[in-house]
Design a protein around this ligand. Structure first.
Ligand code: HEC
Ligand code: HEC
Length: 293
């Protein structure tokens, strides 16, 4: 029996070497997909640097995978979403637990179907502390079937929102006029809420939790601020923020994050919310006048 497995292993190894598929490990597809060890090993080498050795993540920087991935997996379309996430990357503001993340996850296209399937099983099942029912194991051919999907990291983000049933502000169709005034409103509450979290994450250290400024930065709500910006149109303030802030990582946030933060600023200055989202289009933002209300 042992001799038989050794013989089999030798044959497989020879096969792998002959075709040269994988230089690094026993991630060959057997009839039953053996992912446990390969998945742990590949995860440690490829993903743990950001998501942590046990998938705990880093609050505000890298989302946790332990438990989170299993939860996503179990939703309708969640399985395809996770496959898409590793194949095509992810970009866009997301919330996991109480924390928000707005980073970019690179695509892992260069890893083989077998390696990606092993990693995904590790992330979902081992890190999720669960045993997969046999028919739930992600297989290499399944990964392969999604390789050519026409998705970029932002597309995966939209898919994630759809799977979670999150309300996403559809971008205004090009050329469409959005009318911003006190009756129609200026932004949606969802935007302002996301913006609040993003403000606390990226701006509050300098400008203070109540926008009144601090040792290292001026207030963005006080009289001095309005003396400078009052009467100007909002596109000027928006482009200042989107290109010059946060100081040190100027322009480093996702475009939607800047719009959300702008919505939060408006919400803090008595501009009412409405049905239509604030958009990042400067010509539309020019309708809004900065004033102390
Ligand atoms: C360079 C850092 C980095 C590495 C390495 C990395 N990730 Fe990520 N990952 C991220 C970031 C940042 C996000 C969140 C992106 C966002 O905010 O839109 C993310 C998101 C994810 C998500 C989505 C979580 C959710 O709630 O939707 C999954 C799944 C994931 N990563 C799996 C992996 C796997 C598997 C690997 C290894 C193959 C890996 N990541 C390697 C940075 C990384
Ligand atoms: C590391 C500290 C720091 C961070 C983080 C930071 N800022 Fe600033 N911000 C400054 C400083 C310093 C100034 C004044 C210098 C200047 O105008 O360039 C400033 C100026 C501003 C102004 C113009 C104020 C005025 O009086 O003209 C606005 C608006 C602003 N920041 C918004 C933001 C927003 C929104 C964020 C988060 C996305 C942010 N800042 C993050 C330090 C910071």
């Amino acid at each position: 029996m042992i001799r038989a497995s050794v013989a089999l292993l030798a044959t497989l190894t020879a096969l792998v070497l002959a075709i040269g598929i994988s230089q690094e490990g026993p991630t060959t597809v057997a009839e039953e997909f053996e992912w446990v060890e390969a998945g742990a090993d590949l995860y440690a080498r490829t993903c743990a640097g950001c998501h942590g050795p046990n998938g705990g993540g880093v609050v505000g920087a890298f989302p946790p995978l332990a438990g989170n991935a299993l939860e996503l997996f179990e939703r309708d379309g969640g399985r395809e979403l996770l496959i898409a996430t590793v194949l095509h990357g992810l970009r866009g503001p997301i919330t996991v637990g109480d924390a928000t993340y707005d980073g970019v996850m690179p695509a892992w296209q260069h890893l083989s179907d077998t390696d990606l399937a092993a990693i995904l099983n590790h992330v979902v099942w081992t890190l999720g502390d669960a045993q997969p029912p046999a028919d739930q194991v992600v297989t290499p051919s399944e990964v392969s079937s999604h390789r050519e999907d026409d998705l970029d990291p932002s597309g995966v983000w939209a898919l994630r929102n759809a799977v979670l049933g999150l309300e996403v502000d559809a971008p205004a169709p090009a050329g469409a006029t959005v009318v911003y005034n006190d009756d129609t409103g200026y932004y949606t509450l969802v935007q302002a809420e996301r913006g609040e979290a993003l403000y606390h994450q990226h701006c509050a250290d300098c400008h203070g939790p109540t926008l009144r400024g601090g040792l290292h930065a001026p207030g963005i709500t006080n009289l001095a601020f309005f003396r400078k910006w009052g009467g100007q149109s909002f596109d000027a303030l928006f482009s200042f923020i989107a290109t010059r802030m946060p100081l040190g990582v100027e322009g480093g946030l996702n475009p939607t994050a800047y719009v959300d933060i702008a919505a939060f600023w408006l919400s803090q200055h008595n501009y009412p919310a409405g049905e239509q989202p604030l958009v990042g289009d400067l010509s539309q933002l020019a309708q809004i006048i900065i004033e102390r209300r």
